[in-house]
Design a protein around this ligand. Structure first.
Ligand code: XUL
Ligand code: MN
Length: 382
């Protein structure tokens, strides 16, 4: 019987609360569907077999809420999480909406705005720990510039470093076992240029921190493709060095505004290889979708979008299993793979003769391989 592609909690599917709370507003037009509260979003996601949610602290607790109101919301959230069997796995902050962040938060010129931003993250870590999250993800949406004369990017990096060292010390001091920090790179939007624009930049930056082990990367497909890069390659590299602390799955046409399309809605082949790299590695993290339903749809369309993201992932996962057991694919890959002898000493290497004509004749049947992958994805090969 064909797989019904029904998600299970063990698939570890996750959505940002903000994804389903999105009302369809864009820079040119107003909301096209009614608002949904963060609490309601928790219940609705849990009902749809979603394993966990990610949040900006402000998605649940409005900034400036009195302690009693905050605690009441947390109690209600926990009740709903238990009732709908859904966890919270990652928290961040909304450091982009309020006009105070118009020129950044952690990297603002104003030391008081920087302090306020760090305060928000400290409070978010407290909230996350209460809800059970083990990650605080920093997406520095406004940490950038349009006017290069106004900002020294190196100074921005120093301010980022001060903030991450501070937050790492805070987590250590609170003895939050297993709690980690991450950075989600994005090249632009809402700023003309955002600092730490790709995973490569983030990896370089993490190596300069006081506690590099505590900090990792959350790559997002759309952000990688906005930079015109290959999300499969970027995620594979982050995974290889043990820094894949999370992932944001969605769809995006390259080099455009942040489209945040449903996972798989663009470039199925690249999405397939992203699923393949994390499934083959048995990566233990959550498969998080960070996208929006088209602004043309109503509330029901939002739930269609949620089901669609998970269904496409499960179909691609099945295709990964098919790729891994396909005799044609495996035959070609087997032909390509070779045992690597140890590298000779520099002295022996310098003396070694290579038959370049013979080496150049190695068969690399990539046309056949790629066509086979294409046909597996198109459902022709069964
Ligand atoms: C923005 C984006 C954010 C972060 C969380 O492009 O991806 O939603 O994932 O702040
Ligand atoms: Mn994201």
């Amino acid at each position: 019987m064909a797989h019904a592609y029904i998600p299970r909690k063990s698939d570890k599917f996750t959505f940002g609360l903000w994804t389903v709370m999105n009302t369809g507003r864009d820079p040119f037009g107003d909301a096209t569907r009614p608002a949904l509260s963060g609490l309601r979003a928790i219940t609705e996601l849990g009902k749809r077999r979603v394993y966990s949610y990610e949040l900006h602290a402000e998605d649940l607790v409005p900034e400036g809420s009195a302690a009693a109101k905050r605690d009441k919301i947390v109690r209600e959230a926990k009740t709903r999480m238990a009732d709908a069997d859904i966890k919270a796995t990652s928290i961040g902050c909304n450091i982009f909406y309020d006009p105070v962040f118009k020129d950044g938060g952690l990297t603002s010129h104003d030391p008081l705005i920087r302090q306020h931003t760090i305060q928000r993250y400290v409070k978010a870590i407290d909230l996350g720990a209460e809800l059970g999250t083990t990650l605080c993800n920093v997406w520095g949406g406004r940490e950038g510039a349009e006017c290069d004369a106004a900002k020294d990017p190196a100074e921005g990096i120093k301010r980022f470093r001060e903030a991450f060292n501070y937050l790492s010390e805070y987590v250590r001091g609170q003895k939050l076992k297993g709690f980690r920090l991450s950075i989600e790179p994005k090249p632009n939007e809402p700023r003309g240029d955002i600092l730490l624009p790709t995973s490569g930049h983030v990896l370089g930056f993490i190596a300069t921190l006081d506690h590099p082990d505590m900090v990792g990367v959350v790559p997002e497909l759309a952000h990688v493709r906005m930079a015109g890069l290959n999300s499969y390659h970027e995620i594979a590299q982050v995974l290889e060095c043990g820094k894949l602390f999370g992932i944001h799955l969605n769809g995006q046409k390259p080099l455009r505004f942040d489209q945040d399309l449903r996972f798989g809605a663009e470039d199925l082949k690249e999405s397939f290889f992203v699923v393949k790299v994390i499934e083959d590695a048995q990566w233990p993290g959550t498969r998080t979708f960070d996208a929006h339903a088209y602004r043309t749809v109503d509330r029901k369309g939002v739930w269609d979008f949620v089901e669609g993201c998970m269904r496409t992932y499960l179909i691609l996962k099945e295709k990964v299993a098919q790729f891994n057991s396909d005799l044609v694919v495996q035959g070609i890959l087997g032909e390509l793979s070779q045992e690597a002898p140890a590298l000779p000493s520099p002295r022996a290497l310098k003396a070694k003769k290579f038959d370049l004509r013979k080496l150049a004749k190695t068969r690399l049947p990539y046309e056949e391989l790629d066509q086979r992958v294409q046909e597996i994805l198109l459902g022709v090969v069964r």
